[in-house]
Design a protein around this ligand. Structure first.
Ligand code: SF4
Length: 223
């Protein structure tokens, strides 16, 4: 076993669309499967190749769950087991919220894949109404791609910010998580050289997330 080697699986769907699933082993014994939720994506984030495709279709609940089932079967001999699921592949999961909530609930169900809800994380670019719905209907974890500390920069990096700006997004998280004392949100932040990686950004980031139970585990540096 090579602990840090990522493995890519390509699925061909009935309509000949292709989706990608990635298995990510870690040296700490955790093996994560990253599943797709759509073919393409409508969100058009600047740094994302999938965003350039536009949205082609939502995946069904079965097409989402099958990615985790297949990865678990395929790699259970090579790695100990698949321990975590992240919805961070192709697509904006909460744009396909019905099927993503159903798929994540099957993944954590006793009669389903039996993952711990703390090991299944759904990531969003910031669809505020669907965030509220997800937090109300799912017991899985939520991650939010933040990637900027001002509306001016985020409007450009992540056009969804023009509809749901930082104040709406972070205000909603602050309010909703206040009602769920045990929940926290994971913030993702891709660092783009000269765009969102200044010392002032770091200071603003700590101010922006103040009062929100959260983790910012990695700062991703773009190539
Ligand atoms: S939401 Fe995710 S998949 Fe869609 S364009 Fe943005 S980064 Fe890419």
């Amino acid at each position: 076993m090579e602990p840090e080697r990522m493995l890519q699986i390509l699925f061909s769907l009935e309509d000949a669309s292709v989706i990608e699933t990635v298995v990510i082993p870690s040296a700490r014994g955790r093996t994560t499967v990253c599943v797709s939720s759509q073919v393409g994506c409508a969100m058009n984030c600047q740094f994302c190749f999938t965003g350039r495709m536009g949205l082609r279709k939502h995946l069904s609940t079965a097409e989402i769950v099958e990615q985790a089932v297949f990865a678990r079967k395929l790699f259970s001999d090579e790695f100990d087991t698949i321990t975590n699921v992240v919805f961070m592949g192709m697509g904006e999961p909460l744009h396909n919220v019905d099927n993503v909530i159903k798929a994540s609930s099957i993944m954590v169900d006793e009669q389903g894949l039996q993952f711990s809800p703390r090991k299944v994380t759904v990531s969003t670019s910031g669809l505020v109404p669907e965030i509220k719905r997800f937090l109300n209907e799912s017991n899985c974890d939520l991650a939010v791609s933040l990637n900027a500390t001002t509306d001016e920069v985020r409007d450009w990096i992540m056009p969804i910010n023009r509809r749901y700006n930082l104040s709406m997004l972070l205000g909603t998280l602050r309010e909703e998580l206040r009602l769920r004392p045990k929940s926290i949100v994971l913030f993702e932040y891709v660092m783009l050289s000269g765009v969102n990686d200044s010392v002032d950004d770091a200071k603003r980031l700590t101010e922006l997330v103040h009062g929100i139970p959260c983790k910012i585990p990695h700062l991703f540096q773009s190539p």
